[in-house]
Design a protein around this ligand. Structure first.
Ligand code: CUA
Length: 152
């Protein structure tokens, strides 16, 4: 009897996982610009002073640049505050080891490599709070490495 229960629970878990992945693919709110694959440019953290003060900067009408630093075990700035109805280009680098940068429930997702800057552009619409997680194993605190992206 326990085996059947266990099997049912496993199947339910798998269905939930599939559901969350599907939801993520069509989720509203924050979405990668169609022709904007994440790109990675070799550049040391200390060569670009914009990363000395991680922040979101207005660069045009409804256009913003977000400079984000990942380090064991969090992201800066935290939260990352983005204006609604804008286009945001993230520039993400790492201060130590390889991390991931994934805005939960969206397709905004890139690897973050020390000495390199990952760039990805997203369209942001309505106000919402998103989780931000690291999806590359980066050490003992990997599973608690998270932040927030708040669209206001
Ligand atoms: Cu940072 Cu896992």
């Amino acid at each position: 009897a326990y085996e059947k229960l266990w099997l049912a629970a496993s199947i339910l878990l798998i269905l939930l996982l599939i559901g969350s992945v599907t939801y993520g693919a069509v989720g509203p709110g924050v979405a990668m610009v169609a022709d904007s694959e994440p790109t990675v440019n070799a550049q040391a953290l200390d060569e670009d002073e914009r990363f000395s003060e991680p922040r979101v900067e207005r660069v045009g009408e409804n256009e913003y640049a977000a400079y984000v630093v990942a380090r064991q075990f969090g992201f800066q700035p935290d939260p990352i505050v983005l204006p609604a109805n804008s286009t945001v280009t993230f520039y993400v680098t790492s201060a130590d080891v390889i991390h991931g940068f994934e805005v939960v429930g969206t397709n905004a997702n890139t690897m973050v490599v020390p000495g390199e800057v990952s760039e990805l552009t997203v369209e942001v619409d309505g106000a919402e709070e998103y989780g931000l997680i690291c999806n590359e194993y980066c050490g003992a605190g990997h599973h608690v490495m998270e932040g927030k992206v708040n669209v206001v």
